[in-house]
Ligand binder design. Structure first.
Ligand code: ZN
Length: 403
C-alpha cells in the first residue's frame, strides 16, 4: 500500500494534479525537469513524477504568484529558515470546509481557546479559526502570551469554563505546566486540538492533573499542503487519517509526499515532500482505509520555539569559514522549550562573536525565535564535539535537557 487512495478514488482528482503539472512546466527555473514526463492519468504515472522539495515549491510560487478565486489571498510563512521568510499562499477559509466535512472535533457548545500564535505570518491560528467558524462554537482568540501572563489568563479561562484549547504541542506544554505550577485546574476542558509538531507524551502527565477529562484531537499538515489528515483520541498520536482531497504517497525511500486534489489549492502541491518519513497502515481506532503513520523528519529540520531550523544549512554556512573543520548545533531545552542554541566549532575561528552576529542576522529562525534573548544564541570553539556513546556517531545536531 503506497497511496492513501485507490485508483478509483483518485481518478477524478488527478485532473487537479495534471493542472498543477502544467503550472510547474511554466517555471523557468525548473528547465526541462518536467519536459519529458507524462500528464498523470494513473497513480503509477503520478508516482513517476519528480518530487518537489520545500525550496522547489518556493521557487515555483515566486514565479506563479497565485491568487484566490474569491476573497483575499493570504501570505504565510512557508519553509526556509535563512534570510527572509519564504511565502505560501491560501484563500480565506484555508481549505477547512473540506476538513470539516470529515472531522468535527468542536461543536456549538464548545468554548474554544485558540492558542496558536496569530502574528508573523503563521497560518495555524487562522486555519483553527476557520474550523471553529464552521463548527459554530464560541472562540477565545488568545494567541501567544508571555511568561508573566499565564496565571492571570489561566484563571480567566477557568472562570469561562473553557472546554477546548488548541496550539502546537510545545505551546500547550507551557500552558499546562504553568497551570500545574500555579495550582489552577480546568475541569471543564475536554478537547485539546494540536497541529504543527509531533504530540509530546509529557503533555499527558500535566493533563492528568490539570484537565483529567481532556483528550487530544490532532491535525497533520504544513503551510505548503495545509491540513492533510486528522486523528481522534482513539488513534495513536503519530497516526492520522488523510482526507480524500489530499493524496498521500510513500516513496521507496520511506519519505511521504503529498499531492493536492483540491481545485481551489493555490500552492502547486504535486508530490511535495515535507521531509517526513512515514508509512500507510491500518489504524487501531477501527476506521477502515489507509491511515498515515508519521515517523519523523529526515531532512535535519529541528523545531526551535515553534519554527523549523535547517541544521544542514546552518552547518554548511559555519563550515565555509576558513579554519573551521567541523561544526555541531546543540539545542538546550527546558520543559520542551529551546532555551539556548549553541554552535560548537572544531578548528580555528579567530572571531566567534562576528560569526555569531552574522548567523543571527542571516538565519530567520534564530533571529525570530530569539528576538527577546539573542544572547542565548552562542558560537563556541571547542576541543571535541558531542558524540553519541551508544552509536559512536557525532550528529549534526544534538538536543539536550538543561541540567
Ligand atoms: Zn484512527
Amino acid at each position: 500500500m503506497s497511496f492513501s487512495l485507490t485508483e478509483a478514488q483518485a481518478a477524478d482528482g488527478l485532473a487537479v494534479a495534471r493542472h498543477t503539472l502544467e503550472l510547474l512546466r511554466t517555471v523557468p527555473e525548473f528547465g526541462d525537469r518536467y519536459a519529458d514526463v507524462a500528464a498523470p492519468g494513473t497513480l503509477a504515472e503520478l508516482a513517476a513524477l519528480p518530487p518537489l522539495a520545500k525550496d522547489d515549491l518556493n521557487t515555483a510560487l515566486a514565479h506563479l504568484e497565485p491568487s484566490a478565486a474569491q476573497g483575499a489571498t493570504w501570505l504565510f510563512q512557508s519553509g526556509g529558515s535563512t534570510g527572509a521568510p519564504k511565502v505560501g499562499y491560501a484563500p480565506t477559509g484555508f481549505y477547512m470546509a473540506k476538513v470539516f466535512e470529515h472531522w468535527q472535533p468542536l461543536d456549538r457548545d464548545d468554548v474554544f481557546v485558540n492558542a496558536w500564535g496569530a502574528g508573523r505570518m503563521w497560518g495555524a491560528h487562522f486555519l483553527a479559526a476557520g474550523l471553529a467558524d464552521l463548527c459554530g462554537c464560541r472562540v477565545i482568540a488568545l494567541g501567544s502570551v508571555t511568561r508573566e501572563e499565564y496565571p492571570e489568563w489561566l484563571a480567566f479561562l477557568a472562570d469561562r469554563k473553557v472546554t477546548a484549547i488548541g496550539g502546537t504541542p510545545s505551546v500547550l506544554r507551557l500552558w499546562f505546566a504553568h497551570a500545574r505550577a500555579a495550582g489552577i485546574e480546568l475541569p471543564s476542558l475536554r478537547k485539546v486540538l494540536w497541529l504543527g509538531e509531533a504530540w509530546q507524551p509529557q503533555l499527558e502527565e500535566d493533563l492528568a492533573v490539570v484537565a483529567p477529562k481532556a483528550r487530544r484531537h490532532g491535525m497533520f499538515g504544513s503551510t505548503e499542503t495545509w491540513v492533510v489528515g486528522s486523528n481522534t483520541p482513539d488513534c495513536p498520536a503519530d497516526t492520522f487519517h488523510p482526507f480524500p482531497h489530499q493524496l498521500v504517497h510513500v516513496g521507496d525511500d520511506g519519505l511521504l509526499d503529498f499531492t493536492s486534489l483540491d481545485p481551489a489549492m493555490l500552492n502547486p502541491v504535486l508530490r511535495y515532500r515535507t521531509g517526513d518519513a512515514g508509512e500507510l497502515t491500518s489504524c487501531p481506532c477501527g476506521r477502515t482505509g489507509p491511515a498515515m503513520r508519521v515517523l519523523g523528519r529526515r531532512d535535519n529540520v529541528v523545531q526551535v520555539r515553534g519554527l523549523g531550523l535547517h541544521v544542514d544549512e546552518l552547518l554548511a554556512r559555519v563550515e565555509r569559514e576558513p579554519g573551521v573543520t567541523r561544526a555541531q548545533v546543540v539545542i538546550t531545552e527546558q520543559g520542551g522549550r529551546a532555551q539556548q542554541v549553541e554552535v560548537l566549532v572544531l578548528g580555528a575561528l579567530p572571531d566567534p562573536e562576528a560569526l555569531r552576529r552574522e548567523l543571527l542576522s542571516a538565519t530567520f529562525t534564530l533571529s525570530t525565535a530569539f528576538v527577546h534573548d539573542p544572547e542565548h544564541v552562542r558560537v563556541r570553539v571547542v576541543d571535541a564535539l558531542i558524540g553519541n556513546d551508544r552509536t559512536g556517531k557525532t550528529a549534526g545536531f544534538v538536543v539536550r535537557e538543561a541540567s
